[in-house]
Write a protein that binds this ligand. Structure first.
Ligand code: NI
Length: 216
């Protein structure tokens, strides 16, 4: 199968799966990550096919979206097998997907290839800024979390297990993850893009607490 056909088929599969996803991981998140990852990849000289495929498949087996105690469901790999992708390339795509996910403030998530760096950066860019704010509250609502609770302090999760089971209010998530992302970008391209998005989140938090403190 031609690579353009493979991408087309994968896109339509993913569009169907993530069409009505209400936790901020809908099809348009996948699409934005793909666009961001491809533009980072082009600037950084990464393999475009691997980056595009990994971006499209990156949330298919994500632990956040699957209620099975963090176990992988293997859908991405099965899809690559069904498309008869060369096993070396398939392995590279799977390695990128494996490395994308943020697993807690104190847990190191290494991106070992240029492709992995591009997709990880793209996913992190979509988690910050105005879009990041919107997605964070969508995810909090999906998990029945409070918007904010002044009696619950943010936690710097030291293990993936601790992070996975954390159920603090959504505002805490800015301190536990989102505000840390700017300094955890892998590429210069993403670091530059993260700057404005980071500033916007800080502005949002300032205003949030101004309003909160003037009435509570
Ligand atoms: Ni994602």
């Amino acid at each position: 199968m031609k690579t353009s056909k493979i991408i087309e088929e994968t896109e339509s599969y993913i569009r169907t799966v993530f069409q009505q996803e209400g936790s901020g991981h809908d099809w348009w998140h996948i699409h934005r990550v793909r666009q961001l990852a491809l533009s980072i990849a082009a600037k950084e000289g990464a393999d475009m096919f691997i980056v595009e495929m990994a971006s499209l498949l990156h949330d298919l087996d994500d632990w956040k979206l699957i209620e099975n105690n963090g176990q992988k469901s293997g859908k991405a790999l099965n899809w690559l097998i069904a498309l008869e992708i060369d096993s070396t390339i398939s392995k590279q795509i799977m390695d990128v997907i494996e490395e994308v996910s943020f697993k807690g403030a104190g847990v190191e998530t290494r991106a070992t290839s240029l492709e992995s760096k591009a997709v990880q950066d793209a996913d992190r860019l979509d988690a910050i800024g105005a879009i990041g704010i919107a997605r964070t509250f969508a995810y909090g609502g999906h998990k029945n979390r409070l918007i904010y609770d002044p009696l619950t302090d943010p936690v710097e999760h030291q293990s993936f297990e601790e992070y996975r089971l954390g159920n603090g209010p959504t505002i805490n998530h800015f301190y536990e993850k989102l505000l840390l992302l700017k300094d955890r970008m892998n590429t210069e391209t993403a670091r530059n893009m993260a700057e404005g998005r980071h500033q916007f989140m800080s502005l949002f938090l300032d205003e949030f607490f101004n309003e909160w403190n003037s009435i509570c």
